[in-house]
Design a protein. Structure first.
Length: 50
């Protein structure tokens, strides 16, 4: 029973920290363009000789 009294607050704090980190990332614009990074690898930036 003593283990539950220790682990439960730790689990709640870690969950709250994860939620705070997610909302911080959302507010700072980390999820603005998820398709852009995936399509950027397909774009050929090298100049081809004519």
């Amino acid at each position: 029973m003593n283990l539950v009294l220790i682990l439960l607050p730790i689990a709640l704090l870690l969950g709250l920290a994860g939620l705070v980190a997610f909302f911080w990332a959302l507010k700072s614009g980390q999820f603005e363009d998820p398709e852009g990074a995936a399509a950027r690898i397909l774009i050929d930036d090298e100049d081809e000789p004519a």
